[in-house]
Design a protein around this ligand. Structure first.
Ligand SMILES: [Cu+2]
Length: 272
């Protein structure tokens, strides 16, 4: 029985390691300039933790087999453990976790605590049950104020803009697709109309919540290779269970050349 248990344990370990090592379920392509740093940090964490996982599972299998019931009448005894051993293992775990934290923190800092470059293209991302809207400030570079009382989806005024009275709103462009140029810094300002949503584009290695009442900035640069893959079109999904229609809350990110982006934005402006 002990041998069987040990073998099953070893088999589970082997299968899980094989699935992960063969990248059966793995990341999609990376299209963000900050992506390689994240992927590298993930790999380091993965290898360190994977090694610990394998040794712990195989160690457990070995001990189960080694201390099996030999039918010699010996009674099991209660052990309180060894303080010194506990101390060593706890210290090692602490060093490991704090070390990984220090490494990962630098990448996190660059993405979340450092602002976007001043020349970044600023776009608002609006989440609502169950759709996404994107707003470009237009030629004046300013977003007009939002009036919740004027929000009316049936009239197409999703964001509650008063184009007649607010000069800054007049040239704002609201779209259903997030179009951006490649190789140019982009700053997204995430806002929600109702509940908490989450902006998730796996290929950008970005997942960030949208919280009602807050403006949450994130920034990135899409790489040049971004439009070689799948024609530059990537799915944006909501990664926060936000209601009955959560599953259909999706939109697309379209990455273009600078020239095509300008044309696209002009077309969008004409449709306002
Ligand atoms: Cu949502």
């Amino acid at each position: 029985m002990a041998l069987l248990f040990a073998l099953v344990l070893a088999a589970i370990t082997a299968v899980s390691v094989a699935l992960l090592a063969m990248h059966v379920w793995w990341f999609p392509v990376d299209i963000a300039a900050h992506g390689p740093a994240i992927d590298h940090q993930f790999s380091v964490t993965f290898i360190v933790m994977g090694t610990l996982f394998i040794s712990a599972q195989l160690g457990l299998a070995y001990l189960v087999w080694r201390h099996r019931d030999r039918d010699d009448g010996r009674k099991a005894v209660y052990s309180r453990g060894k303080n010194k051993l506990e101390f060593i293992s706890m210290t090692a775990a602490a060093i490991l976790f704090i070390g990984l934290e220090f490494m990962g923190h630098r990448i996190w800092d660059r993405m979340h605590y450092t602002g976007a470059q001043p020349d970044a293209l600023r776009i608002e991302v609006w989440g609502q049950q169950f759709a996404w809207y994107f707003r470009y400030p237009g030629p004046d570079g300013r977003f007009g104020p939002v009036h919740p009382a004027l929000m009316d989806d049936s009239m197409g005024n999703y964001l509650g803009l008063d184009r007649r009275h607010d000069p800054a709103s007049r040239d704002d462009i609201v779209t259903a697709t997030l179009g951006i140029p490649a190789s140019r810094p982009v700053e997204l300002i995430l806002r929600s109309k109702d509940v908490i949503h989450s902006f998730f584009v796996p290929e950008l290695r970005i997942k960030q919540d949208l919280v009602p009442g807050m403006e949450i900035p994130i920034h990135f640069t899409a790489t040049k290779q971004a439009f070689d893959e799948d024609g530059g079109r990537y799915e944006i999904v909501c990664a926060q269970l936000c209601g009955m229609g959560h599953y259909r809350m999706r939109a697309f990110l379209q990455i273009m050349t600078e020239k095509n982006f300008k044309k696209w934005l002009q077309r969008q402006a004409a449709m306002q």
